[in-house]
Design a protein around this ligand. Structure first.
Ligand code: G4P
Length: 524
């Protein structure tokens, strides 16, 4: 039994794809799913994305929840491994959702456009991964188009990300002449026309390689390959797992090339589900007791019922359908009668799930982002982040009679992570905070459609918010008393200081040395 559990955990790889828009994340996702047999036809993931391209369409999609929810997590099997690919929203206005999703993965694929190199959003997402020591596999995509020199791309990764690189494969030709990849350590070739097939060759000068390249490119290729072998680092799994080194693969997602290398690299090198820090101890992924945490909530799968799906990453043990779990925030029991697994287009009821798996738990508002579920143990996983919003607004309601309903609706939206909600200490109307402006559009639309509450937003007097804390409780209270008009409480009743601008924040921080002003808070 214990061995079965260990094996089930060892088979799992839970990962995300990070990239700048347009680098090829959607195309690669689709190809990974194709290889894993999760979808039959190319184009399905793409179809979803196309419908989400414009701002107004986003809203429609938000209502058609079914589509986005099934692609939030995609499970497929390949070579005896179970892969859980967690999707992250492409738009940067939903960055907080992406960051929270990254708390639930064990590794990531970084997709880079071979012509563009490291772009701003790749850099940002990489930094989030680094903070969490998430090992990264790099895929240099679009090798079938005009590209930069591969050495230049490797240098850029090393310089901009301060990350060692180890090219595992090397492109044979580029752009129009891109014909395959050469495995540096194994002397093995994969060609674009038969990538199922991996052929061991005698070396870069072998007839097989020569036959793939135009005569005038052959010598250059051999020299390049020799240089790559001499000058580049070999792959070192330990450095990779510690987040210091990234193995680099070249390919073309569109041409379906290099994708198999990537899946195999995930299976072979990427870590199995990790042990997870909790407040009282470290939870081993192979221990028997079931634990997990919620990192995402998706509402309105069915607009007629206010049901929500909470996405929970299982951290240990076996989650069994029908089991009673303990929600440690409230101490209450929750029956897991219909946990869900997700595939590219469908979801099924999960009978069993193990560490690394992500299950959807339907509920009517019981679960919040950051919640911990166990099979009885008093335990709290921390680390699902809450970011200080960059836009603060007061919600203006036409019909004052509906104030109570608005309060409830905002509370629900805040629990789902759509917005953050701050209740001012001076009794003035609630303030909502978001990281990106599109989130306000989603809030307005949902309040209107789901709660019949047409609202507008007013610029608040404040533009910055910080969670405050202090070792000395009396000092914290003194600060709160001295700033009543600038204080609010968040959803957990934690104190938040609202500032008009950076200047006033810095001024207060200077005067109150014992108060900490945090721009990130863990959900709890
Ligand atoms: P994203 O999710 O990261 O935003 O990128 P996506 O996969 O949508 O790809 C962005 C564009 O790049 C798409 O073209 C896609 O077809 C193209 N692309 C992706 N991978 C490759 C590749 O390996 N080689 C080449 N040549 N192109 C690639 P588009 O013009 O925006 O869409 P479409 O009209 O082709 O559907």
């Amino acid at each position: 039994m214990a061995d079965d559990l260990k094996q089930a955990v060892a088979r799992r790889r839970t990962f995300a794809i990070i990239s700048h828009p347009d680098a090829g994340k959607t195309t690669l996702t689709e190809k990974l799913l194709l290889f894993g047999g999760a979808i039959q036809l190319a184009g399905e993931v793409k179809a979803k994305k196309d419908r989400m391209n414009t701002r107004s369409d986003w809203m429609k999609i938000e209502r058609e929840r079914g589509i986005s929810v099934v692609t939030s997590v995609m499970t497929f099997e390949y070579d005896d491994h179970v892969f859980n690919l967690l999707d992250t929203p492409g738009h940067e206005d939903f960055a907080d959702d992406t960051y929270r999703t990254l708390t639930a993965v064990d590794s990531a694929i970084m997709v880079i456009d071979a012509a563009k190199g490291i772009e701003p959003r790749t850099l940002k997402l990489f930094e989030v991964c680094r903070l969490r020591n998430i090992p990264i596999i790099t895929f240099v995509n679009k090798m079938d188009r005009e590209t930069r020199d591969p050495f230049e791309i490797l240098d850029e990764i090393e310089d901009k990300l301060a990350l060692d690189t180890a090219p595992v494969t090397w492109p044979v030709g580029r752009g129009k002449t891109f014909a395959g990849t050469y495995h540096l350590a194994d002397n093995a070739m994969r060609t674009t026309d038969a990538q199922e097939h991996r052929e061991i060759v005698e070396g870069p000068r072998s007839a097989k390689v020569a036959g793939l390249l135009p005569a005038n490119e052959r010598d250059a290729f051999t020299e390049e390959l020799e240089l790559a072998r001499e000058a580049c680092r070999p792959f070192n799994r330990q450095s990779f797992l510690e987040g210091h080194l990234t193995p680099v693969y070249f390919g073309s997602a569109l041409r379906n090339f290099g994708v198999r290398d990537l899946i195999e690299a995930l299976g072979e090198h990427a870590p199995q589900p990790r042990d997870q820090e909790a407040d009282s101890r470290t939870v081993s992924s192979t221990e028997r007791g079931m634990t997990g945490f919620v990192f995402k909530i998706q509402a309105n799968m069915d607009p007629n019922h206010r049901d929500r799906i909470a996405f929970m990453r299982v951290c240990s043990g076996t989650l069994k359908r029908g089991m009673k779990a303990k929600l440690t925030r409230t101490g209450k029991a929750l029956s897991l009668s219909a946990p869900q697994f997700f595939f590219a287009r469908s979801r099924i009821t999960a009978d069993e799930a193990f560490a690394g798996d992500v299950v959807g738990i339907p509920n009517h508002g019981t679960l919040r982002i950051g919640d911990t579920l166990t099979d009885g143990e008093e335990l709290l996983f921390r680390g699902v982040p809450n970011f200080a919003p960059e836009i603060l607004r007061r919600v203006r309601l036409g019909d004052a009679m509906k104030a109570k309903k608005l309060k409830e609706a905002l509370q629900q939206m805040a629990e789902e992570g759509v917005v953050q909600l701050f209740t001012p200490e001076d009794g003035s109307p609630a303030i909502v905070g978001v990281v990106g402006a599109l989130q306000l559009d989603v809030l307005k639309q949902r309040l209107d459609v789901e709660y019949s509450l047409p609202v507008d937003f007013e610029v608040a007097r404040f533009s910055i918010c910080r969670w405050i804390s202090a070792d000395n409780e009396a000092e914290l209270q003194r600060f709160i008393n001295a700033h009543r008009a600038d204080m609010a409480r968040d959803l957990d009743d934690d104190p938040v200081f609202l500032a008009q601008h950076t200047f006033s924040l810095n001024y207060e921080a200077d005067r109150w040395k014992d108060i900490r002003f945090a721009d990130i808070k863990d959900y709890q």
